[in-house]
Structure formats: structure tokens, C-alpha cells
Design a protein around this ligand. Structure first.
Ligand code: MN
Length: 255
């Protein structure tokens, strides 16, 4: 039997047909975490995934939107009690967003503290050019037992990766980040029991257009190539890692 594939960070609500994108995951047996960029998108994402076996929605406030939408943190906090998954959240220190970094830090701190208070949340975190600050904040505000963290599209150094491992973080890897030799080396160095897969679709592309969740096979193949492993072995490991990451919550995923 083929293992279920795992797309632990995608934006299904940004495809032209949101409901069809969810149905496609159901049909293809893709375990997908569909993240949101603003809490205003939460109710529709929650409703469309409520009867899904494989697709779960995450409540987010994207760091790249914080400059315009920081006022929505109150709405994010209101919805948190009905969300088991959180994202996309985090920090972006890249050239287009570093001006809002202080505001992003305030928002991310509120997110982490709220998750710590509620407990049992699974969080997918963006850390572009801000890995140290993200890890400092996770260490300070989110005690390890109070939530699970996945670093999405992680591009920090090997020493930052090993600090993240010590903090209990997992990594969701997409095929696009493996196009750079430097990131291939990093991914090859990650412990095999902390690796998950993602597409970050539709923000990534294949030669045919925006990535679909089923294209996560390309991430499996790229991870396998970077480690000299067999793709099937990697797919089996990723599935087991998702089950470990989720703990009791894995029962609601039909993995
Ligand atoms: Mn994303």
C-alpha cells in the first residue's frame, strides 16, 4: 500500500476553486494542512474542511500582512478556541517586510502566548531572515509541552536547525527550497525523524503552473535525493513523523 502523502503547509483557499482543491486532496489521499493568511478567512476554511478526512485548516495571521492587518489579532484570538492548528504565523525579516518587524514581533508574541495558554495547538511558522528571533520567541513563550511547532520553508543555518531540533521543532520541506545546494545540505543534515513535507502551493510552481498538493511527491523525491535514500522510505518516514508530531490528534487525520 502506498503511504498517504503529507502536505503540511498549503494555501488551498488561494486556488481558483477552493472546494475543488480540498476534494482533490480527499481523492488523492493527501493529508493536508491548509493555512490561512488572515483570520477573516477562517470561518470559510473551517466550514469547508469540517467534514474532511484528510484536510485540516489552520488559523493564521501572516507576518507579511501584519503591517496592514495587525488590528485583526483580536479576531484571531477570538477564533483560537475553535482552532487546533495555527498558521501561517511567524516573522519575515526580508527586504519587503523588515520595516514591520517590531509589529510582527508583537503579534507573534501574542500568538505564542495565546497558544501556550490554551495548550495543544499545532503551529506552522514562517521564519524568513528571522530564524534566531523566531527560535528565541518560541523558547521564551511556548513551553515545549504546550504545543507542537513546524518550521515551514526553513532556511536557517545548521546550528540554528540543531537548536530548533533541541526545542522540539519539526521541519516542513518543499521541493523549491531544495533547488539551492546550500539548502539541500541543510535538509540532508536534518534528523530523519523531524522531517515533514509541504508544497506551500500556490506560492510555488511546477512547469505546468501553480503546485497542487499532490505535487508534494516532488518534495519526497528531492529529500530522498539529498540524503541518498529511496523515495518510498522517505514517504514512509514522513507519514510516521506526522503521526508522532500529532500524537493523539493523529486519530482525526485518517492517515
Ligand atoms: Mn505559506
Amino acid at each position: 500500500m502506498q503511504p498517504s502523502l503529507v502536505d503540511l503547509h498549503c494555501h488551498l483557499d488561494l486556488y481558483p476553486d477552493h472546494a475543488a482543491a480540498i476534494r482533490e486532496c480527499e481523492r488523492d489521499g493527501i493529508c493536508a494542512l491548509t493555512v490561512t493568511t488572515t483570520p477573516k478567512a477562517w470561518p470559510r476554511n473551517r466550514d469547508l474542511t469540517s467534514s474532511s478526512r484528510h484536510v485540516h485548516a489552520a488559523l493564521g495571521l501572516h507576518p507579511q500582512l501584519v503591517a496592514e492587518r495587525s488590528a485583526e489579532i483580536g479576531l484571531w484570538e477570538e477564533y483560537l478556541s475553535e482552532a487546533r492548528y495555527v498558521g501561517e504565523v511567524g516573522l519575515d525579516g526580508g527586504p519587503a517586510f523588515y520595516r514591520s518587524l517590531e509589529l510582527q514581533r508583537q503579534i507573534f508574541e501574542r500568538v505564542l502566548r495565546a497558544c501556550a495558554r490554551k495548550g495543544g495547538k499545532f503551529i506552522t511558522v514562517h521564519s524568513v531572515r528571522s530564524v534566531k528571533a523566531v527560535l528565541d520567541m518560541i523558547e521564551k513563550h511556548l513551553p515545549r509541552k504546550s504545543g507542537g511547532v513546524v518550521l515551514h520553508w526553513f532556511t536557517g543555518s545548521k546550528s540554528e536547525a540543531s537548536r530548533a531540533v533541541d526545542l522540539g521543532c519539526y521541519f516542513s520541506v518543499n521541493s523549491e527550497m531544495l533547488r539551492k545546494g546550500q539548502h539541500r545540505d541543510l535538509v540532508a543534515s536534518l534528523p530523519s525523524d523531524r522531517i515533514l513535507t509541504e508544497t506551500d502551493g500556490p506560492f510555488t510552481r511546477t512547469s505546468e503552473g501553480p503546485t497542487r498538493p499532490s505535487d508534494v511527491r516532488a518534495a519526497i523525491e528531492a529529500i530522498a535525493a539529498s540524503r541518498g535514500a529511496d523515495p518510498q522510505t522517505v514517504a514512509v518516514a514522513v507519514r510516521a513523523n506526522l503521526i508522532n508530531f500529532l500524537g493523539d490528534e493523529a486519530q482525526s487525520w485518517a492517515i
